[in-house]
Design a binder for this molecule. Sequence first.
Ligand SMILES: [Zn+2]
Length: 304
Amino acid sequence: MKTKTAILAIVAAFAWSGVAFGQDLGPRVQKLADGVYVHTGKGFDSNSGIILTQEGVVVIDTGQNPIESRDIMDTVKKFTSMPVRLVINTEPHGDHTTGHYVFSPPALVVAAAGGGESMRGAERAAPDRIQRLAATTPEMKTALEGYRFIPPQIEYHDTMTINLGGKTLELMYLPRVHSESDTAVWLPVERIVFSASAFVNNQINILRPFVTMPDILAAGKKLKALNPQHVVPGHGTPGGVEIFDKGEKYYALLLERVDKAMKEGKSLDDIQKEVKMPEYASWGSQDRMPTNIDAAYRMLGGKK
Ligand SMILES: [Zn+2]
């Protein structure tokens, strides 16, 4: 009788969490806390979050491309038969949002204000984007079957709290750090932050003309002050607050070098050619360095 009760308790525990026995999640899915997983991108491909609640699933970003989106959905199905209720965008770019159609409907897509407009702008700028993506490989073409353009159905300003099935998610708009609509997602109970692309790990970020270095540094300070146990950047290996520390150190050194060159009376063009960051030669996306120098130049009051 005692044994039977114990077995029932074990079965009940697994039924409650929705986790099947003997599941193989593969090397790219990491458990961060009970019900909180990260589906890591290949190389510097975008990371996604999977949050299991008692009332369905929340997915944070839908993967680098539709093949990844379907892999994320397959991972969700290994955990639970419950539907994905919400998709949260940390940014509106295609490498985080093209796969919305894999989840929505029934999922509703949530983004910071401006996310939908940014996505519509990208559609207008490249109307053949999906056709070209489908032409890349047969697998991509298959993954794109049923594609529909789905901008966020819900947009929020500044902050938003979601309480769903026993999980709390606090969404924070991060202005001018990467895209027109960047959102960090903070799980205060599990102390996990999905930090969007304000900081990426071991990679040079692209700093667009509307992005400012003071805003990036302020975002880093704000997210670090949460004292997170895990940090999941938009791109690059998840880790801890050292991701913010490394980024801050990199920007401080860049600012120092750009400042020196400006004081020598050099033009932005020359500075972009001359300033080097050999300490960070191992970071990915070195071709983005000129955008970083441009942002440093603007922060230091350089005129264009
Ligand atoms: Zn992006």
